[in-house]
Design a protein around this ligand. Structure first.
Ligand code: GLA
Length: 392
């Protein structure tokens, strides 16, 4: 078992067993893209790909970290946390320690080991899973007693203000609050959520994730640019008496069109229509209406491609293949876009043929050879602890 294996590596490196093991999952987002930072609705689900963080306390102020995926190590002192250029992975960990110290948590040095099986930079939320595994582990190790919501915010702060990616809250939130075989319907304005059971097995259908292998670096990509544009759209709506995107319907938006910059209109149109699609998708899932879900998934991709402009040819290939494939119940990009992954819902007996078709088409188009995963849904984050009361 992987847990045993990681414990053995930890002991070999640090000569003592770990006091905590913290596990946090990645996600797919079923629908509701680029709506989280626009205070709208999202519908992600935790997957059974995870990041593991093992740690024990030290008596000094030093932090020793090993990333088993890269067989790399890094160390630094708590008082002096700065961004590392060559080792990107350490910045997510440093960012969490930095955010915790900023909000006044008292930490000590630690020895740590991280490992994960979420493909990196693939849009399946490996960064948020890493941040959440770290914050949960530290919470346990140092008796911080942080509320789960607070943990999600601090993990997001690490990414926003330390790593420099202005992501929303969805990925950290689902990693913490996810439950097996349930999607999380979250209102990002007030953080109220509902867990929606996914009856996919009963229907003999399942999701695949299609990793295009096109790697966009979120921080240097147009993600932050999209945030600026939608903020501009919001300022316009506020100027017209609306509190946020949720209060505006497409007809109302259409009436304001002539007074809006074209690009800002398009961004607003995506957010408003996507919020409506999430609400309908929740109804579809509650009623096991997978034909309605199919329509919504395809429409979501079209809107992300045409109005929000975050797709790419490799992701469009998944959508187009899905559209013409009997047995596909919807396909769309998932996560930020600009590469990364898409998802498709399929009748299970048709998955192998769909994969074959995708691989052939990718090759014909001279795209990078995609990686295709059959998605299993998993638990939210957990911590296993043997931390004794203060032996520091
Ligand atoms: C990334 C971000 C999320 C969200 C999605 C797009 O995954 O981390 O906060 O904005 O993109 O929906």
């Amino acid at each position: 078992m992987i847990e045993k294996f990681l414990k053995a590596i930890f002991e070999k490196i640090y000569k003592f067993p770990p006091e905590v093991m913290s596990i946090a999952p990645g996600r797919i987002n079923i629908i509701g893209e680029h709506t989280d930072y626009n205070l709208g609705y999202v519908l992600p689900a935790a997957i059974d790909m995870r990041v593991y963080f093992l740690a024990s306390r030290r008596k000094d102020e030093s932090v020793f970290m090993r990333a088993e995926n890269f067989r790399e190590e890094e160390n630094f002192v708590l008082k002096n946390i700065s961004v590392s250029k060559p080792k990107k992975w350490i910045n997510y960990i440093k960012g969490v320690l930095w955010a915790l110290q900023k909000e006044g948590s008292s930490l000590q040095g630690l020895n740590g080991l991280v490992w994960g099986d979420i493909p990196l930079e693939a849009g399946l939320s490996s960064s948020a899973a890493l941040e959440v595994s770290i914050i949960n582990g530290l919470d346990e190790l140092f008796h911080l007693h942080l509320e789960p919501e607070k943990k999600a915010f601090l993990a997001q702060k690490a990414e926003n203000d330390f790593v420099g990616v202005k992501c929303g809250l969805m990925d950290q939130f689902i990693s913490i609050f996810g439950q097996k075989n349930k999607a999380l319907y979250l209102d990002c304005e007030n953080l109220r959520f509902d867990l929606i059971p996914l009856h996919l097995n009963k229907e003999n259908i399942g999701f695949i994730a299609y990793d295009t292998r096109v790697r966009r670096r979120l921080s240097s990509s147009q993600y932050n640019q999209r945030r600026k544009e939608s903020a501009e759209a919001l300022v316009f709506l506020e100027g017209n008496g609306y509190r946020n995107f949720k209060e505006v319907g497409l007809e109302t938006l259409e009436k304001m069109r002539s007074r809006m910059k074209k690009v800002i209109f398009k961004r607003a149109k995506h957010v408003i229509s996507e919020n409506a699609r999430v609400m309908k998708a929740v109804e579809a899932l509650r009623e096991d209406n997978f034909l309605l879900l199919k329509e919504l998934l395809f429409l979501s991709h079209e809107s992300l491609r045409d109005d929000y402009e975050v797709s790419c040819p490799e992701l469009d290939l998944l959508y187009e293949t899905g559209k013409e494939f009997a047995g596909c119940l919807g396909a769309r990009l998932t996560g930020a876009g600009f590469g990364g992954s898409g998802i498709a819902l399929l009748k299970k007996p048709r998955i192998a043929a769909f994969k074959k078709k995708l691989l052939e088409k990718a090759e014909r188009n001279r795209f990078p050879r995609p990686e295709i995963y059959e998605i299993k849904f998993g638990e939210g984050a957990r911590v296993y602890s043997q931390v004794k009361e203060d032996k520091r």
